[in-house]
Ligand binder design. Structure first.
Ligand code: ADP
Ligand code: SR1
Ligand code: MG
Length: 408
């Protein structure tokens, strides 16, 4: 089928030709509305007119970057990688990925389960909503997806096939290289120019050569380290949840990249939310909950990943009998410490890019009072700097928490 950009009318006509979708809706009359709030794509809620609860989500990529406009061309092939990643992660952790009804690489479209009682995690956290299963669920998601797509689990051929299927996601990898690791730390037209102008925080950041040199090291890891299939954009806007269930959506940035990148993205966004509550609501109880969540996610990830590894006898990396158990355990512990370190380094980049770069986050950029926003931005950059300057020598999760708590 030849690609065409759909709208609220043509989408219904398109769906009528998709058997799996018609099996779901039967002969119901359908209506569609656009509900997307993301930076890149269009997301429609299609529902039965007689029963609004009977509904599916349709997401289509367009050949440009939605948040900038048609003048910023971006090929719609990003949806091919989102489809592949959704299918791959669905196989590995079915309960954390929405059900898929229809995927078309030609139309750059995916039709999936409507998460009707779930909220975007960023919104929930900003409203000081606690989620009792978040750490447990997301640490399982991270351990399972990262371990089972790595050379610690796959054989050599399967791992290389995975790289072949995902590492041509060049445009979105380049977006990350540009927006997460580069332009947010120098004068650039894509930055939030109003805020950059005559702002001593921006001047200090752009002139901070020690920090920027360390960012280069992390960018290089991002560009070259093919550890596992990562989501690639695992901020709190890519998680939808309620008190019982947790879903990870929007993996269009997926590629085979460094273990620490997804973990770092999540930590960064939890810490930015902590900063929001430090400056705006001053809700000490909720701040404590966020810190506990960071600690639990990092520690649970480590123990679950290690457990999966201990149960895996042969892989591309290790052959049963190659080393004794004691040596293997020491090797694995050192390996996991390096994942923690890289996660914290990436978290620093991901926090700092949200201050002046394109695509700020609501918790920080949305603070309306200028003084408070400035206070929050200084705190983000302070913690991000600690993370980026010290990540290579970190020994424990508690040290990470110390860096967050000691910031002012
Ligand atoms: P983008 O790629 O543009 O960032 P997202 O995949 O993040 O798009 O989706 C944008 C928004 O659409 C989400 O923030 C959420 O509000 C809504 N959304 C996406 N998928 C679902 C879903 N399966 N169920 C309910 N809402 C969804
Ligand atoms: C211009 S693209 C901006 C950001 O949106 C996505 O969610 C990614 O985080 C990307 O860097
Ligand atoms: Mg998104």
């Amino acid at each position: 089928m030849e690609y065409r950009e759909l709208d609220v009318v043509s989408i219904i006509e398109y769906l009528r030709s998709v058997k799996e979708v018609m099996d779901y809706f039967g002969s119901d009359e359908l209506s569609a509305k656009e509900v997307g709030d993301g930076n890149l794509n269009y997301v429609y809620l299609v529902s039965s007119v007689s029963d609004a609860k009977k509904a599916l989500i349709v997401k289509q990529a367009v050949p440009y970057l939605r948040c900038v406009g048609e003048e910023f061309a971006l090929s719609r092939e990003r949806m091919t990688f989102e489809i592949r990643a959704l299918e791959e992660f669905k196989k590995i952790t079915p309960s954390f990925v929405p059900n898929l009804y229809h995927c078309s690489e030609d139309m750059s479209i995916v039709v999936m389960q409507y998460l009707d009682s779930h909220l975007i995690l960023r919104e929930g956290l900003t409203a000081a909503q606690k989620y009792p299963n978040l750490s447990e669920h997301i640490s399982t998601y991270l351990a399972q997806t990262l371990f089972k797509t790595s050379s610690l689990y796959l054989d050599s051929t399967s791992k290389r096939e995975l790289i072949d299927r995902f590492n041509s996601n060049t445009e979105l990898c380049k977006l990350t290289e540009d927006f997460v690791f580069t332009s947010a730390f120098m004068d650039d037209e894509t930055n939030d120019s109003e805020n950059v102008k005559e702002n001593p925080l921006a001047k200090n950041l752009f002139e901070d050569m020690e920090f920027k040199e360390k960012i280069l090291g992390l960018k290089y890891k991002f560009m070259t380290q093919s550890d596992a299939l990562i989501h690639g954009d695992l901020h709190t806007g890519s998680i939808m949840l309620n008190q019982d269930e947790t879903f990870v959506i929007d993996p269009e940035f997926a590629f085979v990249g460094p273990f620490g990148f997804d973990i770092g993205a999540l930590v960064a966004n939890l810490v930015n939310n902590y900063i929001h509550h430090s400056v705006v609501t001053k809700d000490e109880d909720f701040k404590e909950y966020l810190l506990d969540s960071v600690k639990e996610i990092l520690e649970l990830f480590e123990s679950k990943f290690l457990d999966l590894w201990n149960r895996q006898k042969d892989s591309a990396l290790l052959r049963d009998g190659y080393i004794d158990d004691e040596t293997a355990l020491k090797y694995k512990q050192k390996f996991l410490k390096n994942i923690l370190r890289d996660s914290v380094g990436f978290a620093g980049c991901k926090m700092a890019r949200r201050v002046f770069g394109v695509a700020g986050v609501a918790e920080i950029r949305g603070i309306e009072n200028k003084e408070l926003r400035n206070e929050a931005e200084a705190m983000v950059l302070g913690i991000a700097r600690e993370f980026v300057m010290k990540y290579k020598n970190l020994e424990s999760v508690d040290e990470v928490l110390g860096m967050i708590k000691n910031a002012r």
